[in-house]
Design a protein around this ligand. Sequence first.
Ligand code: TIU
Length: 225
Amino acid sequence: MINADGPIMIEAEPYSFALVPEQCALLIIDMQRDFLEPGGFGEMLGNDVSQLRRTIGPNRKLLAACRAAKLQVIHTREGHRPDLTDLSPAKKVRGRSKTCIGDAGPMGRILVRGEPGHDIIPELYPLPTEPIIDKPGKGAFFATDLHTILQNRGVKQLLVTGVTTEVCVNTTVREANDRGYDCLVLEDCVGSYFPEFQEMGLKMIKAQGGIFGWVSDSAKIFGAL
Ligand code: TIU
């Protein structure tokens, strides 16, 4: 990506996002088999995974474009140590589900690191050079070294994609905003099990002059590249 003339202006809401490639990273949130694949934890809880699966194609294209443009790429996974010492009792029992985090699920122990269901879907599998942040919470900054990695690499801006829009994406964008990062969320690359939360989750980010960040879609990025 050539940037001799300063930032690349990306059409976005509430106003254009000034993308500086050297200071920007693609952050893909929790595109894990347990959330996206039929038979995973998400579907077991009664959720409609097709609402999330529509983001796979756009994320694939965006990931390929960012790799080609030499943008930094970072992936996250939500999950816990096999001994569950990083799982708070509150998170463990929340939802009153018969099957909860750490129990045997259809794709291994639910949201436990190293289990098949916890891993990233094959369509978006990270390259060995792309850091994976294993996070025990909803936000990618909580109890992880994400902020350190971003600071060491000079990252100040994040293109944020992944699932789910109102939970881990929104929490991460809010955490990033408070740490001084500019976040551009790509609408077609984020998904919620609930259409109304998808809509409101994006509105909350761009409201009040971009209170937490910007919203655009991946086509605007391809155009800029
Ligand atoms: N990654 C993420 O959003 N974790 C969740 O638990 N999301 C739900 O929407 N439940």
